[in-house]
Design a protein around this ligand. Structure first.
Ligand code: UDP
Ligand code: MN
Length: 243
């Protein structure tokens, strides 16, 4: 995948002194959390997080161990998005990550193309910094446990093992949708997502096949920890290629 976009860089980075140490996350402080699903005003969320600019955050008292780009494909789900942002900023800050949330919006009235949005999001994210980890994230899924670490393990990872709308059960073994984590190197090795899936579904199954074809073993978080709340939304049309 060729990408030679101009670097924007990151003007939102805090200035650290040479004595500033790498952050140490005490995992014993992490556990199950609740979700606030009530409708929120964007202004209210913005006022709650004055330290966050352009979706970016980095701890000020220590240097983050992990730099994470969270990529969110989006169209016409404003209610979900605001609840998502409110939940995720608290969640990600607690993990002492340096991160930026990229909301990748599809304009126009053509069919939704999630794979393309993820590819665009990947390319765009590369202009802002060198991320260790890319998290591909549905806007309607909210992590219910702080022990779901938003950093990339060695292997491509399926994070959302147990989703509320599926009765907290895994739908099928090859599932690689909802929330996943790949390093930029892994994403590039499989040439990103396919751009060919319009409408609902199957681009994630295609990604699973790409990973298999490139001999990447896939990791999945345990279902007792990787629990996600699901926000309600209207049905999108299916493309008939799903399992
Ligand atoms: N999405 C969106 N607008 C749409 C369709 C999809 O923003 O009209 C995004 C959104 O991030 C959503 C994800 O694509 O969470 C997956 O789509 P959807 O929730 O419709 O699929 P589900 O997995 O719930 O069947
Ligand atoms: Mn959904």
């Amino acid at each position: 995948m060729k990408h030679r976009f101009k670097r924007i860089g990151n003007k939102d980075m805090p200035s650290y002194s040479k004595n500033t140490l790498i952050c140490k996350l005490n995992i014993t402080t992490l556990g199950p959390i609740l979700v606030n699903k009530t409708e929120l005003e964007l202004k209210w969320v913005e006022a709650k997080y004055p330290e966050i600019r352009g979706g970016f955050y980095a701890p000020t008292n220590c240097r983050a161990r992990h730099k994470v780009a969270v990529l969110v494909p989006y169209r016409n789900r404003k209610r979900n998005l605001i609840i998502f942002l409110n939940h995720m900023h608290t969640f990600l800050k607690k993990q002492l990550l340096e991160y930026r949330i990229f909301v990748i919006e599809q304009t126009g009235t053509k069919k939704f193309n999630k794979g393309s949005l993820y590819n665009v999001g990947f390319l765009e994210s590369q202009r802002y910094g060198d991320w260790h980890c890319l998290v591909f994230h549905d806007v309607d899924l909210l992590p219910l446990d702080e022990r779901i670490l938003y950093s990339c393990p060695r292997k491509p990872t399926h994070m959302s093992s147990a989703v509320e709308s599926n009765g907290y059960r895994l739908q099928y073994n090859q599932l690689f949708g909802g929330v996943t984590a790949l390093t930029p190197a892994q994403f590039e090795a499989v040439n990103g997502y396919s751009n060919l899936y319009w409408d609902w579904g199957a681009e994630d199954d295609d990604m699973f096949i790409r990973l298999q074809a490139s001999r990447f073993p896939v990791l999945r978080y345990g279902q007792s920890i990787a629990r996600y709340a699901a926000l309600p939304h209207g049905n999108s049309s299916r493309n008939g290629m799903r399992y």
